[in-house]
Write a new protein. Sequence first.
Length: 319
Amino acid sequence: MLKPPWEGLSIIQLHQNMEKLTVVILSYNHEKFLRRTLESVLMQKVDFSYRILVADDASTDSSPAIISEYAEKHPGKVVPLLRPQNLGSMENYRRTLADVRSEYVLVNDGDDYLIDPSKLQRQVDWLEQHPEYSICFHSVQVVREGDETGSFASFPVKKYCRDLDFHDLLEHNFLQTNAVMYRWAFNDGSLLSQLPGDILPGDHFLHLLHAERGRIGYIPGEMSAYLRHSSSLWAGDAQSPGWFERCAEPHIRFYKAVEKRFNCSKRAQIQFMEMHLQLVRGGRPGKLRYLWYVLMSKITAGQRRYMYKSLKRMAKHLM
C-alpha cells in the first residue's frame, strides 16, 4: 500500500510541498460508480495543482483495481490509499482526512460526482477572495439511480441558498458533502482528537468544526451530484426501520457529541431518535407515550409537524 506522499516531511518541507487543494474520494464497493467519479474530478479546469486522494475501505469488488488503474495513469495526481482491512465508513473518513495536508479540501463519496468542470476553480477562487469564510458551498442535483437523465431535485432548499453561519448549521445540516470546500483547519494533525469516531453524520460534525472558525459562503448554481441508490449507507434516510436500526444510535452519539463540544442542547433530536428506535424494536406503549409527551414539550410547532409525520410514516412501515 502506498504511503501518503507527504508522510515523513518536516513542517517546513510540508508547507513547501503542500498542494493548493486535496480532493478526497472515499470508496467502498463503488465499482459501478468510481470511473464516473474519478473522471468528473480529473476533467476539472484549474490554474493550480491539486491532488486526488482515493481511500478504499477494503472493498470486496473491483474498486481497488480501478483505483490502482487510475493511479498508474495519473501518477502523483491520483494517490491510492488501499486499506488492507475494513475500518468502517466513519473510521476510513477520519483516518484519511487526518493525513491530509492542504490549503483547501473537498470530500466526495465514491458514488457521487462533479458536474461542472469549473467547480474546483470557482470554489478556490471564492475562498481566496473571502478570507473571513471557512467554508463555501453550492447547490447539488439529487439523482436517483436509474434516473440519471430525468428531472432532478435540488438541495438545499431555497432558504439555505445564501451566506450562513455556525448557528444556522447547528440548527440544520444544509451542506451536501461534495458541495463543500473547506479552508482546511487541521494541517496541525489534530483532527483525530476533535472528530469523534463513533458518530453519524461525520461530515456535519466536520462542517461545524470549520464553521466555528469563519462564515459559510454560498455560490449560486448546481456544480455536483448526490446519487441516491439502494446500497448507500443513507438508503431509507430517516424513514425506514432498517435505516433506524443501522443509524439511529450513531446519530444519538452525534447529538451528544455536539452538545458536549459546542455547548448546546440537542435533547429533542436525541428523543426523536430514541422514540423511533422504541417503535422499531417494539417498545412498550407506556415508554413511547412518555417519550412523545417529553419530546412535544421541547420543540417548535414546525418541528412537531415534521416529527408527527415521520413517526406516523414509521408506524405504517411496522404495521
